[in-house]
Design a protein around this ligand. Sequence first.
Ligand code: FES
Ligand code: FE2
Length: 450
Amino acid sequence: MAESPAVPRVASPKERAAATRSLGRLDWSTWPRYEAAAVGFRNYWYPVTWSHRVTESPIQVTLLGETIMLLREQGRVRALHDRCPHRGVPLSHRMASQEFPGTWTCCYHGWTFDLESGTLVAAITDGPDSPICGKVAVKTYPAEERIGLVWIYIGDDDPPPVESAIPAELVRPDAVVVGRRTIRTGNWRFGAENGIDEGHAKFLHRNSLWTLKRQMPTWVRHHMEPTEGGWITRVADQVEFDTEFPGLGPWPPKRRFWRSRGRGGARVSIRMPNALRVEYATWTHFEWWIPIDADTHIYLQLATQAGRGIRAARFRLYYWTWIRWVFHGMFNEEDALMVDVMDAPPERLYRPDIAITEWRKLCESDARARPQVVPDDRPAWLRLQESAAGRGGGASAEDEAPSAPAEQPVAVVASYRVPTDAEAAVRDDTRLRRRSSLPITHRLRMLIKR
Ligand code: FES
Ligand code: FE2
């Protein structure tokens, strides 16, 4: 009798559940909107750069995967999709120019766009009666300036007032606001999760200069609570310092007489779409992780205190001589090292990670719009080929023939896709190389510890 082919045994639901428990969480499908938000959430204002950096000479920034030209014109900041719809030349190219007030002209064939609406108002090299005028537009973005920063709205609905995005402490009439902006590698969500993460500060930063005089707890039990202004805040329920680990010994191993308990404690909160607040006794720290793409973000840190006159001057001095280098620099650079190399999911969460899961839940329930999708930066011929074959998610291009019937101006919208495995592998490879570049402060610290 012929043997019947072996049928692979299928694990029972109970076995699968047990396996999943030991492996941890394999994906973030519990929070599908958060999982899909690799390049951020739409329908929010984002602080993108310092006001003084935007001048009459355009600059290019990338925000949630969208490339944007910023320009100051008649004192106002204008933001346009940085791609001429004619042949794809960046509108921020250093040869581009302003030929007429209120407009911007591409350097290649002289297509001229109205800065307010983005509509093509002249194609200089096709004469004043060019039939394409009014039929093409470049996308414009709402832009505002507040507290010394340029804020851009990325979204589909009408923008709410920009103040909705700015924490109340920063817009007080007597607020002193100073800060630092850097570009960091790593997905923005790792930055956010590191910001609200309860477990890491007392271990990762235990030898930091910023915490030199403070004995941090060994472990803390906490929960998250909603607080005013859309924040969720970490609240400690139990705080323990010198602890005996059975069979292992005490931790920390040595008590440092110069460190005191209770010094420098802070209240930490997070809110949509990407802001962290750390309240110290006399001043407050804010940070944002503003997605550039899925692997890079702008890390913006602000420090603020209410005060005028001498008090304001004293805070500025304190910031420029201490906070900026020791906290915004060294201390938070230790986080950057982790954010750069983190790779999750899979992940096996533990008790203190409740701060992270509550943040993910907040994104899931409160995000105003669908997550941004990854911009499709493949060449158009490849996108067209794939969409013709019914494979890709690419949008097809439309030729704008001179004889085409007049249409309402249409904003240029990029098409999007998910990165291929090969691209992900290249990114991973880049990450591995980055691991070798530790900042000098960390090398010194490791040398001293040896
Ligand atoms: Fe811009 Fe031709 S590419 S005008
Ligand atoms: Fe940290």
